[in-house]
Design a protein around this ligand. Structure first.
Ligand code: GAL
Length: 694
């Protein structure tokens, strides 16, 4: 990573290392095997608080010293963890007020990790102290490349509902609103007579009769993110007093809904992320690509670190499917293709004890005679050949709007339909673009959008008036915008913007919505052919989930509903505004056939002409199954399909096989190629790419 000379050269390779679970003789074998596999970075000490501070204020670093020296002697760098995600049993016993309380008011039992309240002053003192002790001892050790603070903030304790948290929340509200009348106005507490007379009357949200103030819940979610960030800052500052090494904490993008990682982004020296596939999900490599693109975007486009993923099965899904041969390699390369400078796993050696004994690892229970170990060792060798990728950037011409606050708000109770799900629409648009080999960034709706040719807002239910104006300015200045239904509806406190829907986007879209008509479960509507002058392709398309009565106010209809509650009315619209264009889609179109006999692919068909008009370049004729991403001078080709694909028109050196490809590269079924080439993927099409074997 540029600017972080302490990190190993090239792509960092390794994982979480928990030697405390093993006798010392195993450590020597570990280090020998790490070298065999090309491991150059391990995260150490994530769960060893009880060992290094066996009683309050009593420290024993002997074992950690020995393992640090062993790794150092072998040339393996260390991401030194602070163990604060799992406070010791003594801490819980001595500080009962620090225990996590769930939304039903129950004190959460011990015997697991993350059982603490993030607002607890006792936890603050103890975690800052141990972080400082570690930093004082290892802060300038030559083997310590970086600091891995905590582990997955908010994984199981995103919100605590104890009295200490409630009091801290009231302080947070005072700062945000100044006086209680301002809070009442913003939250709309006049509804149901929920007006507060003073901040003291505000309780933390939790299990309550239905219809609890949604603004209360949103602000509690924001407050809770801030509480965790405060925990991180305390540790980070304690470390910085002794160490100049970069400090990170592992995020869980996008699978930790409560953590608003836009707020977290500026806190870390390097963004790092943990990602696990949903094994049962078809095409889960598309979700992986989305997670990686979102992580890169949170990192502001800079290289980031894949801190954890799995070599094979996890242990916490209903059915923990093993990865197929080659899948772990493709997963790893996909993260690198999309901006990661590391491939790290949970974990080095499979545990014998506890909750994660059936989780895969780099060294599985079956040992080094296993196919999995072979794959791990081979991957280490291959990554060594990709050193030149490190530090390079991925460029995107298209951005998808992603806002955690909108994610939270859209999925609170009592929305117009339970089928309105934040990720469902984001993933639909992402998939449509992925299948067309369009690399995307993610953006906050208030961010600077000027460098993108196309911005898509699939689930922007909560959108401030200011963010709406930002989108307006973007279009006027020549941008292309696509907005999906039920966007621009409410402000930051979940209050409907004044006037007809979609209040924050009416002007930019040139329309208003008279009434929502959500569809029954499994209900569909048909979109009719293009209206005269419409650019959208013809042919019937199928919409799900949603229909609504769109009234034009400057926009024109490019598709209409052919049936359903809004038959004859606009379904897709186009608004020329200034130098740009804003499109609106009033129902859920699918990106690909769903396997249930429906045609599918309508969203892709719709986006095609929009991408053309926005001037977004993309390779033609490349099969969906071939993931094609450019990072700097490197073209990554990952074949997720069952047949080999040959691509002509690629010149350069194929780095995994180490061979020059003079015009042709063949990617085997399930295989991968990384070509160092100056050729852009869209030029493949321009030069008339021919594909064989598909
Ligand atoms: C992560 C966590 C690891 C391990 C892993 C299992 O969320 O950071 O400690 O539990 O999941 O998949």
């Amino acid at each position: 990573m540029p600017g972080y000379p302490a990190l190993p050269e090239g792509i960092a390779y390794g994982g979480d290392y928990n030697p405390e679970q093993w006798p010392e003789e195993v450590w020597h074998e570990d280090v020998r095997l790490m070298r065999e596999a090309g491991v150059n970075l391990v995260s150490l000490g994530i769960f060893n608080w009880a060992l290094i501070e066996p009683a309050e204020g009593v420290y024993d670093f002997g074992r950690l010293d020995r393992i640090v020296e062993l790794l150092h002697a072998a040339g393996i760098m260390i991401g030194m963890a602070t163990p604060t995600s799992s406070p010791p049993a003594w801490f819980r016993r001595r500080h009962p007020g620090s225990r996590l309380v769930d939304s039903g008011g129950r004190v959460v039992a011990g015997g697991s990790r993350h059982g603490f309240c993030p607002s607890s002053p006792e936890y603050a003192a103890a975690s800052t102290r141990i972080a400082g002790r570690l930093a004082a001892r290892y802060g300038d050790h030559p083997a310590v490349a970086m600091w891995h603070v905590h582990n997955e903030y908010g994984w199981a304790n995103a919100e605590c509902h104890c009295a200490v948290s409630a009091e801290a929340f009231r302080g947070w509200l005072r700062e945000r609103y100044g006086d209680v009348d301002a809070l009442n106005a913003a939250w709309g507490t006049v509804f149901w007579g929920l007006t507060y007379g003073s901040f003291e009357e505000v309780e933390a949200p939790g299990v309550a009769p239905p219809g609890q103030l949604t603004a209360l819940r949103l602000d509690y979610a924001r407050f809770s993110v801030d509480a965790h960030i405060a925990c991180f800052r305390r540790e980070r500052e304690a470390i910085r007093r002794h160490s100049d090494r970069p400090v990170t904490t592992n995020f869980m993008i996008p699978n930790c809904k409560p953590m608003d990682y836009w707020r977290w982004a500026g806190e870390v020296d390097v963004v790092s992320n943990d990602h696990y596939l949903d094994a049962a999900r078809p095409d889960n490599h598309i979700e992986l690509a989305m997670a990686a693109d979102l992580t890169r975007s949170v990192a502001g486009g800079r290289p980031w670190m894949l801190m954890e993923h799995s070599t094979g099965a996890v242990n916490w899904q209903p059915r923990n499917l093993a990865k197929r041969p080659g899948e772990m390699r493709r997963n790893s390369l996909a993260h690198v293709a999309r901006g990661s400078d590391s491939v790290l796993f949970f974990q080095w050696r499979a545990s014998r004890y506890g909750a994660e004994k059936f989780h895969s690892a780099m060294v599985p229970h079956a040992g080094t005679g296993s196919g999995l170990w072979r794959e791990v060792a081979d991957l280490g060798g291959e990554l060594a050949g990709l050193a030149g990728v490190r530090g390079s950037r991925v460029e995107a011409e298209v951005a998808l709007v992603w806002d955690w606050e909108s994610y939270w708000a859209l999925e609170l109770e009592w929305r117009p339909s339970v089928d309105l799900r934040f990720r469902e629409r984001v993933e639909a648009f992402y998939e449509a673009l992925w299948r067309d080999h369009v690399t995307v960034d993610f953006v906050h709706p208030a961010a600077d959008l000027s460098r993108y040719r196309l911005v898509v807002a699939p689930s922007a239910y909560l959108l401030s008036a200011e963010a709406g104006k930002n989108l307006h300015r973007y279009v006027e200045a020549g941008g292309h915008l696509v907005v999906s239904y039920f966007s621009g509806i409410v402000d930051a406190c979940d209050a409907v913007h004044p006037g007809p829907y979609p209040g924050a986007l009416r002007d930019v879209l040139g329309l208003w919505v008279e009434e929502f008509h959500p569809l029954p479960e499994h209900g569909t509507v048909t979109l009719g052919g293009p209206v005269p002058g419409g650019e959208a392709p013809g042919g019937p398309a199928t919409g799900r989930v949603w229909s609504e009565r769109v009234r034009l106010a400057g926009a024109r209809a490019v598709r209409t509903f052919a049936d359903g509650p809004d038959a004859g009315h606009p379904a897709v619209t186009c608004h020329e505004l200034g130098a740009g264009t804003a499109w609106y889609v009033a129902t859920a179109l699918d990106p690909a056939p769903d396997g249930a006999g429906r045609d599918g692919g309508d969203l892709r068909a719709l986006l095609g002409p929009v991408l053309d008009r926005a001037g977004v370049s993309r390779p033609a004729g490349v099969p969906d199954a071939l993931e094609l991403v450019r990072r700097g001078d490197h073209l990554f080709l990952l074949n997720h399909g069952d047949a080999p694909v040959t691509v002509d028109g690629v010149e350069g050196v194929e780095l995994l096989g180490g061979t020059a490809c003079a015009g042709t590269v063949t990617v085997p079924a399930g295989g991968a190629a990384v070509v160092e080439t100056a050729r852009r993927p869209e030029e493949l099409a321009v030069r008339g790419v021919t594909l064989r074997g598909v």
